[in-house]
Design a protein around this ligand. Sequence first.
Ligand code: SIN
Ligand code: FE
Length: 295
Amino acid sequence: MSVTPVRSFPDTSWAEHDHTSGATRAVEPVLEGGAVLAFPQLPFVLSDAEKRFLDPRWADGKAKNISLRWPSGEMRGAAGEAQDLADLKAMITRYAEQSEAFALRLFPHYRGHLKRGNTSFRPVDVAGRETSWRKDDTRLHVDAFPSNPMHGTRLLRVFSNVNPNGRPREWRVGEPFEAHAQRYLPKIGKPVPGAAWLMEKTGITKRRRTEYDHVMLQLHDLSKADTETQRTGPQADANFAPGTTWVVYSDQVLHAAMGGQHMMEQTFYLEPQHLQQPETSPLRVLERLMGRSLR
Ligand code: SIN
Ligand code: FE
């Protein structure tokens, strides 16, 4: 039984033009092949003043994350005085910029196509975060969102552990995407006729849920509900120590967050035709396995 690999790289700098720090370049095939890319010597550095933000009290209590939306740069989920909020926003913005420059160095093939999504700061402990089995990210899953149909667009994420007390971000990773899909596809039926139209019409979804989105949501839910495979299926622990940055296609890599506190995260979107190997995308893998178009 094979499990998602975690590949480590020696980079010590986020910067684009740095040939002295083990700068990794052009690793699209490793990422697209379904690995987690880990950079154990690439911390996101906070100033002494910014260390005050390593406290869950800055989260407003409604959201589990503090996030910036782009292109507006609007911040959501934070509570505090105006000056503190401005400083917090500057910190998260710096993460967006550093992780974007880094992603374009790692994946030059994506230049001009990678779209910046939300940037988040997660000061809340993973423990006690889940509210229902479907939202419980301590269960292995691929990312898929009920209200936000992706139509096959890739979800590339750059995470960095900024915990000040030596606590790792404790993840598990599961089997490769194709094996995961094969495990559950026999249980996935066709969408109910008219349901996608109705959900779009009533605003339950932001746009039309395609059959691709239907299958991805089913994979997410069937995996989280399958307590036996969660317990005994192919998997490995992956602990990311403070100072570690890691990069993953979270719509492809089966992952679970078991513990940890204080993390940065940047989401990028990429249309699957701009992959170096488009046939590795979940859309193309599912279309091949199911023998028809899912668009
Ligand atoms: C997730 O994407 O499932 C959670 C990642 C994390 O909070 O470490
Ligand atoms: Fe996830």
